[in-house]
Design a protein around this ligand. Sequence first.
Ligand code: ASP
Length: 309
Amino acid sequence: MTTTDDQWTLLIHGGAGVIERTSMTPGREVSTRAALAAALEAGATVLRAGGAALDAVEVAVCALEDDPHFNAGHGAALTHDGQVALDAAIMEGTGRGAGAVCGVSRTRHPVSLARAVMEHSPHVFLAAPGADAFALAQELEQADPDWFITPERRANLAELLARDPDEYDAEMKYGTVGAVARDRHGRLAAATSTGGVTGKRWDRIGDTPVIGAGTWADDRAGAVSCTGSGEQFLRANAAGAIAARMRLAGEDPATAAAAVLAEVTELGGTGGAIVVAPDGEGAWAFTTPGMYRARVSSGTDSEVALYRD
Ligand code: ASP
């Protein structure tokens, strides 16, 4: 792709996993594509108007959090005892400001809470219940914990517990959401939000809210948002490693993402990542059968995709 100085780019994902044509109903495929297209357009509207990458990724992730197709916000995966415990992170690449929250259950948009942590607290990472208290102090929109829970997620949990009450859902059929962007001014940002994995216990935290593992942005290197088996993404420091390869080894986003996903595979994990380079070149990569994803940049039409081919 040819890039220019005032190029803007946005990529989003709605999770990677066992997403295959054979297991998808036509109705679900249409509604999932529409949800991805709407979230992409929400972020693209910001970038088209010359707005900030940080605003674009927040707006896109908020749209995905509200959509029950995806495992974040409303429609998030449930814990072993049927609750929500939401994790999110956001990072901007110019000053490398970052904010993250884990285990929250009362803030409608966990990604906006992560941004508030970045902008209005001296900290980077807050855990519930303190994070929920901070959201109240920041006057962020609240939601009843039940509002996040959908019948489909209750059914997913019941299925899992019936199969093996000691397991958590490593399949991640319905994924985490994320966005990466480069704005017209060359600023990068990344955001990721999730309910984690179905059946998680003991206040388990995955890669999503861990800066460097699931989310990373650095204007000198790239912006990355990951989805997949969080334990292995944590151990690979995946998002930070992709950006480091781009900055220090000069790799393009596709090469860097493929190399780090290969490391995740070696560790026994699966998943995907979306990446944008400082010049606006974007890439997605995944080792699962599919990944909900979409992209658009200045001068190109938007693309929405679900399956490998
Ligand atoms: N990476 C997320 C986690 O481990 C799950 C996902 O991507 O769907 O919490």
